[in-house]
Structure formats: structure tokens, C-alpha cells
Design a protein. Structure first.
Length: 149
């Protein structure tokens, strides 16, 4: 029998299901609180917490799979961030700096929230913003001369 490795999408679906199960158990626990013993409350609380932990683990796994599957790595993220910082220091186009900064914020948020589907696209957004920012004579202006391009 061939071993099936779980995909990022499958891990996210499972994470969502585990989170929903944890919530459902928590709601059940609250609904029937007065009818349960202290031990039963504790057991259900521990089960719900375990489900939330598994949900978080699956989300973390999915984030890693997305990075693996898209060939994105910590080194690529660090490289894109370093390039963005270099371009920001070189250009004086306000809109281009805003675009690069926004792309960096999106990447940081995707990584922080372990949003697997957002990490690869946000990394691509940083790369594209950096290319756009360094494309016009290295200063990011579109010829207006006021730095507000």
C-alpha cells in the first residue's frame, strides 16, 4: 500500500474541522455545565484544547508544505526582504515605497498568521513590488520630479 502524504489543502481542511470540533465541544460543555461533574468539565475542556492544539499543528504543517510546494524558503523570504530594504533606501518615489511596504506587511501577516495560501502569493507580491520600485532609473520616480509617484 502506498503512503499518502497529506497536502497543504488537506491539512487546512483538517485544521478547520478540528477547530470546529473544539468549538462544538466547548459550546456543549457550556450548555450542559450544570449537569456535569467537575471531572467531566475538565475532561471536555482538555479534549477541546487538544483539538485546538491539533488544529494549530495542522495549520503550521500546511504553512511548511506551502513553502515546500512553492519552492519558497526562509532564504527566499529573507532575500526578498533584503532587496526590498535596499530598494526603499535607493528610491524616493512615495507611492513605490508604499507599495513595497504594503507587500512586506502582507508577507509578514501571512507568515505570522501561518496563512499557507497567503505566504507564496505575498512573497511574489514583495518580489514584484521590488522589481517595480527599481525599474525606473533606480529612483522609483515616474518623471514627475516630486517624489510622489
Amino acid at each position: 500500500m502506498t503512503k499518502h502524504e497529506i497536502t497543504a489543502d488537506e491539512a487546512i481542511a483538517l485544521a478547520k474541522s478540528y477547530n470546529e470540533s473544539g468549538n462544538a465541544i466547548g459550546q456543549f460543555r457550556l450548555k450542559y455545565w450544570d449537569q456535569m461533574s467537575d471531572e467531566q468539565r475538565l475532561v471536555l475542556g482538555n479534549i477541546a484544547n487538544s483539538l485546538f492544539d491539533h488544529s494549530q499543528d495542522l495549520t503550521t504543517y500546511a504553512a511548511g508544505k506551502i513553502l515546500d510546494d512553492t519552492q519558497a524558503s526562509l532564504a527566499q523570504i529573507q532575500k526578498a526582504t533584503a532587496q526590498a530594504n535596499q530598494v526603499i533606501q535607493r528610491i524616493n518615489g512615495i507611492r513605490k515605497v508604499i507599495t513595497i511596504g504594503t507587500a512586506l506587511v502582507s508577507l509578514g501577516a501571512a507568515i505570522y498568521t501561518e496563512n499557507p495560501s497567503g505566504i507564496a502569493s505575498a512573497l511574489e507580491g514583495v518580489v514584484n513590488a521590488v522589481k517595480s520600485g527599481s525599474a525606473v532609473g533606480g529612483n522609483g520616480n515616474s518623471g514627475s520630479g516630486n517624489g510622489d509617484s
